[in-house]
Design a protein around this ligand. Sequence first.
Ligand code: HAM
Length: 416
Amino acid sequence: MSPKLQPVRGTHDWIGEDYDHFSYLAQKIEEIARRYNYSGLITPIFEHANVFTKNLGEESDIVGKEMYTFEDRGGDLITLRPEGTAPLVRAIISNGMTQNLPLKAFYHGPMFRYERPQGGRTRQFHQFGIECLGIDHPLCDVEVIHMANSVFRELNIDKKITIEINTLGHSEDRERYKKVLVDYLAIYESDLSEDSKRRLTTNPLRILDSKDVMDKEITESAPKLHDVLDRDSLLYFEKVCEGLERLAVPFVVNQRLVRGLDYYSHTAFEFTTTLLGAQGAVGAGGRYNGLVEQMGGSQLAGVGWALGIERLLALSDITLPSKPLIAIIPLDSSCDEEAFFLAQKLRECSSHHIEVALSGNASKRMKRADKLGATHAILLDKSEMAHNMYVMRNMLTKEQKLIPHSQIVRALIELN
Ligand code: HAM
């Protein structure tokens, strides 16, 4: 026997209720984003590789080891998008949209990262993201965090999530801090993990983010970024914190939060939970004031976040209202055609979900309608059809009544 056909490791299929919850969640977040006057934008799921290699940071895990990159048949180097911010910025530059500001866009769709799959971490996963370009104002950061908090509140998961925020200052702040940090870490170099030893020269800030126990112990007493921030950066961060307090958005300041992507400056944040094991980040984001210019556009401020849809779903308890299902059941095959055309007509004039049973004998058709959860059935049999009548059956009470053909649409609408 041939081996069972399996999906690619780290991917999965969305079937039945999983699909319904997924689509409900995306719609719900979209509805919230529209309340903040964001509009939707879809970018391709693959881009020229340099959209990511040049902009996410050579030392980032994504660029270093997680991208799905391949040469296509025309010789172009292509990457399946690992995240949505760089593609969105690419799209607004390509479409000449940097004059029409501010630009507030949401997107959702699959992202791809070659990570080791485990609970809550897959190689194809889905994000819902928002990006706000063209407003360099702390209140804009407050608004995007407030929007994320609205998502959590309306999904009833806000108690399960902590909003952690930090500031990374501007680039001069970070350069100053890197020197101070490297001087401190150099003393402990031999005790650092191999990754962190390498990062000492390539990207020392990321060492603060290390999960290694010894690294964590060493960085615990490292000098803090906030101690070297200039006055403007501190003031900016204070305004963000004040705004959140005023809106009663709960948050904690985490000075170790540095984010794994290079494009951030000033505000950075993560939405974390302790309920999903090792994969505790439900979403993350921050300000990226240099990215648009770095990608070839004008000097434009930006801020946004992306939520992991699978992780949000794992935290949410979604119950969807079920729409009544009506089964159209020909009790003998001579009524099949009549049933089929009746079903199409009813779909055109009512919003009920309608299933027409064409396979098996009458008893199989009835059983299947029951199994599907039909609330009512319209039965067609030869003798009643001769009198221009259908039989409407309540599948729960088993009650039946005769309905003239001319009255069936009205009878169906009255079922609401
Ligand atoms: P990120 O932190 O790389 O940020 O990803 C955002 C979220 O995507 C994570 O918090 C997590 O919920 C989800 N996620 C990431 N990797 C996986 C995975 N392998 N399996 C399941 N879920 C995953 C970004 O992508 C930035 N573009 C966010 C942003 C938008 N910054 C500014 N604007």
